[in-house]
Every structure is written in structure tokens, then in C-alpha cells.
Design a protein around this ligand. Structure first.
Ligand SMILES: C[S@@+](CC[C@H](N)C(=O)[O-])C[C@H]1O[C@@H](n2cnc3c(N)ncnc32)[C@H](O)[C@@H]1O
Length: 418
């Protein structure tokens, strides 16, 4: 009994680390330095943290500050992008907001293509497998090639890799398009997991291939969407390649201080000038609803009575660890956790704060910072998938500004050589 009481009002080290967005190592150091003292779980002696202490720390992170950062940059001329793996257009909308024109977009999924055409009838949507397109006609026509290629392994034996070694993968297709178009800058977008995929060898291989086709890659960064006006804790790895003949520095967008939360996403406020429109959405099966009814906002499976914790978690109950995504209900005053391709998955639950249901399609879209006018085509599950796959539009806009700044500097240097 003592065991469950102690745990109930406390977070484990990994839970506290996840909630604060810090590493476990940092929390151990903070404990040693007395900055955030941990308690000890009486049986295992593992570090645990009073929920109140952690919640007090989270709050100031989300209080509004006077914003001093401004990444916005006006294009000096019309810049054009070829957007590959375009999905429902999250990145494309962001780039458009930054003033970049979409010359063409490639996407294989027919519903995502319909979404793009429905919202932007003038966009040149190249529907089909990227493998079947030749992009040479865009050489000299576009300034940027972008693409969120799905991550796949390719064999890498520690040697320098060339383009042909990656043949058969979607990264190969991305790199082939870059080679055919030869733009001043190319941007690849991926999940953070690419850093550790095959112990880092996959990423190393990609850098080596980009080098072979004439691009030097800026040190890779993982951008946190919450730092770029997105009310969601999503992270994206960005690969920026600069054509080797260009000696202009690329700078990542600077993080904003203000962090937006779920209330900013769904209610009238600084991000949207109205409440979220009503729309379709999926529902929980009865048993899941009964479980989630017992969870308070910002709570998760640990808030259940111990017998239900055991029943709901099954074997995971005994594994310890965080798993803070299970039976999770989001709070109004925190950013949403990362949205996935479907809104009711056991490992990545994100229940609405007041009602026991997954987010609706339009709520999903708001959390990804899509405009309310942007329609999604296909069934409800196709729509969730398109939204969950996207780069949040506001993050895309900030990446767009950083590209505009780079291209402004580049083209100015051509007309005013040193
Ligand atoms: C991560 S999503 C991209 C999201 C998009 N950048 C956005 O911001 O909305 C990857 C996309 O690649 C598309 N895709 C996968 N294989 C493809 C292929 N062989 N050719 C073209 N597109 C492909 C998928 O359908 C999916 O929409």
C-alpha cells in the first residue's frame, strides 16, 4: 500500500524528465546540485519526484513572455520550391506563408493529392511514385528542393557512400531529385529517430551521399515545434544541404520564447481568432472510455486505481519506465503531445481535456497549426493520417524564413561580389 501511495503522488525519473523535456542525466545533476531535489522510492531507492514540484517547474515554462525574437524575412525576389513527399501540404503551406512559391509538389497518396488540389487548384501536383518522375526540367527553375522522405535503412559498411549505394530507398530518390535540379539549397525533414537509426550509420550515409552530389550539410539540428509557435511537443530533424560553390552561412530559425498550449490551439486567442470549428472525429470503445473517464487533465495511467493500472497496462505495469503516453489526457495549459497518424493509439493516447474522446479532425489540424480553411479529403482516418504526417505549418513557415534569408544573402552576393 505504501508503495502505491508513494508512487501515486510522485513521478519516476523518466516521467519527470519527459514532462520537463530534459534528459534523465540533467535531472540527476539537478538533484546533486540541489536545484531539483529528488526523493527516493523506499524499496528500489530509485529517484522519484513530487508531482507538485514538477508541475511548479513546468508552469513558468508556459507563462507568456514578451516576445523578442522575430525570424520573419521578406524575399528579395520570387523564390520557388519543389516539394517532394508533400503529403497534405503542412510544409508547403508553411513555406507559402514565408513567401515561397510552390513550383511543383510530388506525392504518391491519392487522398493527399486531392487535398492539395482542392485547396490550391493552381498548384502543380505531380501524383505518383517519385521513382517515376524525372525532375531535370526544374533545373534552373527552382531555388529549393524540400522533402520529408520516409526513413529506411541502407547497407553501410563504414565506407564513404555514393548515391548508387542507396538505390531503392526513398532517400535515394530525394538525393536524385536534388542532383537533377541542382538548387542552391535543399532541405530534408525527418523524425528525430534518424539520429540513432542503425547507430547513426544511416544519417552518416546520407551526409556522405549529399557530399558526393555536391552539397555540404549544415550541422544537423532537431527543431522543437513548441519553440516555433506550435502548441505541440513535436520534434523534427532538419538536414540542410548547401551547394558547394556557395559560401553563404545558413542559420536555423531562432526559437521563440512564448510557448503555446492546447487552449491556444482550440480556443480563440493569440494563434486563432475563433474557437475550433466543429467536425467529425473518432470515438473510444466503451471500455477505453470508462478507463479514460477516471483520468484528470494532464494525468495518465498512474492516476487509475492500482487494480485498473495493472489491468490496463498488462505486462508493461511491471516494467516501470515512463509510458506517460498511455491513457493520457492532455491539459488545457500544456502543449499537446506529438500527434500520430491515428488519434486513439494505446501507447500514444491524447484524450481531450474535458470530454472523454480523441481530438476531432479540426482539432488535430489546429494542433498542427493548419488554417481552418484547409480542407482534408478522404475518409476520417485518411484525414487524420494526412494531418498526423505533416510538418506543423508554423514550423514550416519558420524554416521558410530561414531559407528566404539564406537566398536573399546568396543572390545579393551574386549582384554585389566582394
Ligand atoms: C512524412 S509525410 C510528408 C508530410 C509533408 N511534408 C507535410 O508537411 O504535410 C511523407 C509522405 O511521403 C509520401 N510517400 C511515400 N512514398 C512515396 C513515394 N514513393 N513517392 C512519393 N511520395 C511518397 C507519403 O504518402 C507521405 O505523404
Amino acid at each position: 500500500m505504501l508503495y502505491s501511495m508513494v508512487i501515486k503522488d510522485c513521478y519516476s525519473l523518466s516521467e519527470a524528465a519527459e514532462l520537463l523535456g530534459k534528459s534523465k542525466e540533467t535531472l540527476r545533476r539537478w538533484d546533486k546540485e540541489g536545484k531539483l531535489p529528488a526523493l527516493r522510492e523506499p524499496i528500489s531507492e530509485y529517484r522519484i519526484y513530487k508531482k507538485q514540484d514538477i508541475n511548479n517547474l513546468i508552469k513558468p515554462l508556459f507563462d507568456n513572455l514578451e516576445e523578442i525574437v522575430d525570424n520573419s524575412e521578406k524575399p528579395l525576389k520570387e523564390y520557388k520550391v519543389l516539394e517532394l513527399f508533400a503529403g497534405a501540404g503542412g510544409l508547403a503551406i508553411g513555406l507559402e506563408k514565408a513567401g515561397i512559391k510552390c513550383a511543383a509538389l510530388n506525392e504518391i497518396d491519392k487522398w493527399a493529392c486531392q487535398t492539395l488540389r482542392e485547396n490550391r487548384p493552381h498548384w502543380n501536383v505531380l501524383e505518383g511514385d517519385i521513382k517515376s518522375f524525372n525532375f531535370e526540367k526544374f533545373n534552373g527553375e527552382v531555388d529549393i528542393v524540400t522533402g520529408g522522405f520516409p526513413c529506411q535503412a541502407f547497407s553501410y559498411a563504414g565506407k564513404k557512400l555514393g548515391l548508387e549505394d542507396a538505390r531503392g530507398t526513398l532517400f535515394y530518390e530525394f538525393a536524385r531529385a536534388v542532383k537533377e535540379v541542382n538548387p542552391p539549397i535543399c532541405i530534408g525533414e525527418n523524425v528525430k529517430g534518424l539520429l540513432s537509426h542503425e547507430k547513426g550509420e544511416t544519417l552518416k550515409g546520407m551526409l556522405s551521399i549529399l557530399d558526393e552530389i555536391g552539397y555540404k550539410v549544415v550541422p544537423v539540428q532537431v527543431l522543437k515545434a513548441i519553440n516555433y509557435k506550435v502548441p505541440q511537443k513535436r520534434e523534427r530533424l532538419i538536414l540542410v544541404g548547401i551547394r558547394k560553390d556557395i559560401d553563404i552561412k545558413y542559420e536555423y530559425p531562432k526559437p521563440y520564447q512564448n510557448i503555446y498550449n492546447l487552449s491556444d490551439a482550440l480556443k480563440k486567442g493569440p494563434l486563432y481568432d475563433s474557437n475550433v470549428p466543429k467536425s467529425e472525429g473518432s470515438k473510444y470503445p466503451q471500455h477505453k472510455k470508462e478507463i479514460l473517464d477516471l483520468i484528470p487533465p494532464k494525468g495518465y495511467w498512474r492516476d487509475l486505481p492500482i487494480d485498473l493500472q495493472k489491468e490496463y497496462m498488462g505486462k508493461s505495469f511491471y516494467l516501470g519506465g515512463g509510458k506517460t503516453g498511455m491513457a493520457r489526457r492532455i491539459g488545457w495549459d500544456e502543449p499537446s503531445l506529438t500527434l500520430t497518424c491515428s488519434p486513439a493509439q494505446k501507447q500514444t493516447e491524447r484524450c481531450h481535456p474535458d470530454e472523454t474522446r480523441p481530438f476531432t479532425v479540426r482539432e488535430y489540424a489546429r494542433i498542427q497549426t493548419f488554417p481552418d480553411e484547409w480542407k482534408f479529403m478522404g475518409s476520417v482516418s485518411q484525414q487524420y493520417k494526412q494531418i498526423g504526417n505533416a510538418v506543423p505549418c508554423n514550423l514550416g513557415r519558420e524554416i521558410g524564413y530561414s531559407i528566404v534569408k539564406f537566398l536573399n544573402d546568396y543572390y545579393s552576393s551574386l549582384s554585389n561580389p566582394k
